[in-house]
Design a protein around this ligand. Structure first.
Ligand code: SAM
Length: 278
């Protein structure tokens, strides 16, 4: 691995008084071998700008830079982390830009040059909200090529789930319609300081040039949301508010009106969305 001349993360945290705050979802990764491994799972970064959300003391940031990222734009809400991040920026001159702010409010696009990849170890609530935003842009392909994101293991499983499984639902359909999604790493709670209550996993999503099956994005999102809002119900009952002839439309899409949403695959959801649109 290319050398990283900065002090170990434990010293950085001690020197800058970065005691972890629960309110900011701070569970830090201190093992630079691990953060370099996560950076490698984001693919070849040498020709890419990387958007990192929530760098904290900079473990993953250092991984991304030492693995050769062309440029990293890091958005961090906690101003206490800025001096530690400034030391990283000074070590890799011109390759790290830090913005202090809330990733849910800052528009990073002014500071990024394509191709762009996204990598983050985020608080889980913010992570899911950002993921849904990144998966539902106004146009496709999106501004990013890939997302490499740490999630609670249970959320990671919902993103990659197959039909018929308990974890299958809106997140799986949203992600898999326009991306390849897979779990690339599993991490026990002890990998973090302080350790969270549950295990984590890194999910890597690659944007497909085109959706897997044609459908209008808004219609598909609406149909899927309604179907899984009442996942125990049969499709004809869950979707009866959509159109009076819902049973005919379901049959035309290859779905039995008595099927439950969790058994309906992406292709048939897209077929149904096309029929609802017309
Ligand atoms: N990336 C670091 C690591 O792997 O050790 C820190 C990860 S910690 C789970 C989450 C980080 O996100 C914290 O540094 C926290 O301050 C930051 N954060 C929390 N909410 C944020 C938000 N809305 N926008 C930007 N950063 C946020």
């Amino acid at each position: 691995m290319p050398s990283d001349p900065l002090p170990p993360l434990r010293s950085v945290i001690a020197d800058h008084g970065l005691s972890a705050r629960k309110s900011l979802g701070q569970n830090f990764l201190l093992d630079l071998n691990l953060t370099a491994k996560i950076a490698r799972s984001a693919g070849d970064l040498t020709q890419c700008d990387v958007l990192e959300i929530g760098p904290g003391p900079g473990g993953l940031t250092r991984g991304l830079l030492s693995e050769g990222a062309r440029h990293v734009l890091a958005i961090e809400k906690d101003s206490r982390c800025l001096p530690a991040l400034a030391e990283i920026a000074a070590t890799w001159p011109g390759r790290l830009t830090v913005i202090e702010g809330d990733a849910l409010k800052v528009n990073p696009l002014d500071h990024l040059t394509p191709p762009i990849r996204i990598a983050a170890n985020l608080p889980y609530n913010v992570g899911t909200e950002l993921l849904v935003r990144w998966l539902t842009p106004p146009d496709w392909p999106p501004f990013w090529q890939s997302l490499t994101l740490m999630f609670q293991r249970e959320v990671a499983e919902r993103i990659v789930a197959a039909p018929g499984s308990k974890a299958y639902g809106r997140l799986a359909l949203l992600a898999q319609w326009r991306c390849d999604a897979r779990i690339v790493m599993s991490l026990p709670p002890q990998a973090f300081t302080p350790p969270p209550k549950v295990s984590s996993a890194v999910v890597h999503l690659t944007a497909l040039p085109e959706p897997r099956f044609p459908a209008d994005a808004k219609t598909l999102e609406r149909v899927v949301a309604m179907a899984f809002n009442q996942r125990r119900k049969m499709m004809r009952a869950a979707l009866k508010g959509l159109t009076p002839d819902i049973e005919d439309k379901l049959r035309a899409a290859g779905i039995a009106p008595t099927d439950r949403a969790e058994t309906v695959d992406l292709e048939r959801f897209c077929a149904l969305a096309r029929l609802i649109k017309t």
